[in-house]
Write a protein that binds this ligand. Structure first.
Ligand SMILES: Nc1ncnc2c1ncn2[C@@H]1O[C@H](COP(=O)(O)OP(=O)(O)OP(=O)(O)O)[C@@H](O)[C@H]1O
Ligand SMILES: [Mg+2]
Length: 295
């Protein structure tokens, strides 16, 4: 992990309009700085704006106020510096696994120049892409399944294809919105081991939204809780932000530790408990560095 901030959310708010065209505030003046190489997990009550925050960092939407920066430059639209994996719908059903993994590379060359080259030299880059696609399929353990279609795969396999699809573009930041939310416990554990291995190999910065507190504390080097249930709330803020103390690679045994269980309790009893939060003053923290939870 290096010292510089790779992502900076500066006073970012988001407003939407309901059916009767009335505006409502989803995120309220969020300040958040993330260092390169952090694995940040984000939890919070349903509808509090976690996906909205992720979309602002992806660049698919702009904040109604404030800024989101990557490497000190404003994020104006999605680009290959940031990859994304959703709970579902990341894959094209009518493409094979191999075609799904390669689509980002193809689209990047989809330009007048690329088309011209394709016409003059059909299949240019074909070999190069094929080698790379196989390398990534190997990495996610799906080389044998390259010619299958998504419907022929299990949920865990589909998510590994989605991860390969995002990772082949070598994004510096990987955004994941409940990527394992639909998987059974055993498959989830396998995906956790896989994700941590990928993260350590690539040194990527990961932002990972989840409802599963155990998953959040186990995977994250830092856990952020977003909530709109505090006194005078006008949209969600970050109400908790702390580092997890176990060095990676961690194994499953940390889940048995008292501190691990305490951390989950703290998130549940403070970060997610509206009775507790409603008694708190409005949060106005600058989340430059997470605090270390006292052991
Ligand atoms: N484009 C939009 N237009 C209007 N309202 C929206 C839009 N996108 C999201 N919302 C609303 O904004 C709020 C925050 O939504 P968001 O999806 O970010 O929450 P979330 O924390 O990801 O929820 P969940 O845990 O259920 O995934 C919700 O009330 C949602 O209905
Ligand atoms: Mg969401």
């Amino acid at each position: 992990m290096t010292g510089k901030y790779i992502l900076e959310v500066e006073g970012a708010s988001q407003q939407y309009f309901d059916q009767s065209e009335k505006s409502f505030q989803v995120l309220n003046n969020i300040n958040l700085q993330i260092r390169e190489g952090e694995f940040v997990t984000i939890v919070g009550p349903t509808g509090c704006g976690k996906s909205t925050l992720l979309r602002m960092i992806l660049g698919s939407e702009r904040p109604s106020a404030g800024n989101v920066l990557m490497d000190q430059k404003p994020i104006l639209k999605p680009d290959r510096n940031r990859g994304v994996v959703f709970q579902k719908y990341s894959l094209f059903d009518n493409l094979t696994v191999r075609q799904n993994v390669r689509i980002g590379l193809e689209l990047e060359n989809f330009s007048i120049f690329g088309n011209l080259l394709n016409t003059v030299f059909p299949g240019w880059k074909y070999e190069e892409y094929s080698t790379l696609v196989d390398e990534y399929l190997e990495r996610v353990g799906l080389l044998q399944h390259g010619d299958k279609y998504p419907y022929q795969l299990s949920g865990g396999m589909r998510q590994r294809v989605a991860i390969a699809q995002a990772m082949i573009m070598k994004p510096k930041v990987l955004l994941m919105d409940e990527p394992f939310g639909a998987l059974d416990a055993g498959t989830k554990d396998q995906m956790h081991a896989f994700m941590l291995e990928q993260w350590q190999q690539t040194g990527q910065t990961i932002l990972f939204v989840t409802h599963d507190l155990e998953e959040a504390v186990y995977l994250g080097t830092r856990v952020i809780v977003l909530s709109q249930y505090y006194q005078g709330a006008n949209g969600a803020k970050i109400v908790k932000d702390f580092n997890t103390p176990w060095p990676h690679p961690r194994d499953q045994s940390v889940k048995e530790e008292e501190l691990f269980q305490d951390m989950i309790k703290t998130i549940r009893n403070q970060g997610l408990n509206s009775n507790y939060l409603l008694n708190q003053e409005e949060f106005d923290l600058s989340h430059a560095d997470a605090i270390q939870l006292a052991s």
